[in-house]
Design a protein around this ligand. Sequence first.
Ligand code: HEM
Length: 401
Amino acid sequence: MSKPLPVMDWATDFDHRDSRWIEDPFPIWDELRGRCPVARSARFEDGAYFASRYAEVREIAYDSEHFSSRRVIVREKKITPQPAPPITSDPPEHTPARKLLLPAFSPQMISRLEPRTRTLCRELLDAIGDAKTCDAAVDYAQHIPVRLIAHMLGVPESDGDLFRKWIHLVLEVGISDESVILPALQEMSAYFFAEIKKRGGKRGDDLISFLLDARIDGQPLSDPHLVGTLRLLLVAGIDTTWSGIGSSLWHLATHPEDRRRLVADPSLMPTAIEEFLRAYAPVTMAREVVKETTVGGCPFKEKGQVLLSFPAANRDPAMFPDADKVLIDRAENRHAAFGLGRHRCLGSNLARLEMTVAIEEWLARFPEFNMTEGARATWSEGTVRGPRRLPFTLGKARKPV
Ligand code: HEM
């Protein structure tokens, strides 16, 4: 696998694996919005497009006639589509595949998880203890969604390293090296088939049991549907929220005025979390052009892959005044971090709960912290953007209450 060549022109040759895009994509998106609302690239099989304005992102997200979800990741070389319903489903299959999951992610079901989320955040903070430094991505953020989704699925929370390895292969390495994807997906499927076998005829209070009992038109889910959905829940539930928590902590470490304001006035937490979701939206999904069309005056050729950048839409000044400013008390904030249209995130209640509790508990323990001098955050590349290393210097830990 060779490293991609540096980009010379973002409008005609973009590459989201370029180190400048990974580190700080915001000036690039600003340039594109002003110059060319839909950028192109021949670096990806059948050509790729990147929409940088809210209007075009919205239009594409709502248009499943021309833009299919059967490929939700832009890769250098395409692989045979691997169904993970409902995210890879188009109408009419999408609606029943989504509907059956809704009860498990309702606000009522998710609010029951708050005590457990708080306990696990406190355990992680206890483990950091009185240390003077830590890596907030590695020691804290990455564990919270892994443990919660493992608990919900009814699989061992101690398998976190395995889950993160699969996600890294499928969402990051697999963009440039398609050979790693199928083995990772096969390992995931084998893992879930073993979990299903363990249950036999018994059912517990977990998502695997819930899906085993689910019916579409009176029929149980087929094996590919069942295991595809389980793989999706694992992938969608982990590095998305890990990234959301990490980016929020990164912001608070690098903007002490916002950190002190939030510590002094916790009633700002809901608007602060929405603003972190808007400004550092982690998820960029893809679509495949299935019928030639024009959006924003730009032609889209059949088979092309489209990067649907909810993060760039969230920075569009036509939609958000002072779009590049992070305002933790922003009142009007109809951001697209959880997507737009029929595939809007099913886990948004869970993600908001995890982010809110994680930041509340962190600030209660460590009201003072900053990036360690001379050290830098490192960011993931590809589909989900968030800090993977956050070297922090910590102030004095407050005693847990
Ligand atoms: C901060 C955290 C999260 C963000 C930013 C996020 C973002 C998104 C986005 C943008 C989509 C739309 C995809 C598309 O249009 O193709 C989506 C879909 C989805 N998300 Fe999330 N997500 C997060 C956390 C979660 C969690 C914790 C779960 C729970 C397992 C979850 C489950 C799903 C599912 C199942 C879908 C597919 C919905 C459908 O196709 O109808 N997400 N998410």
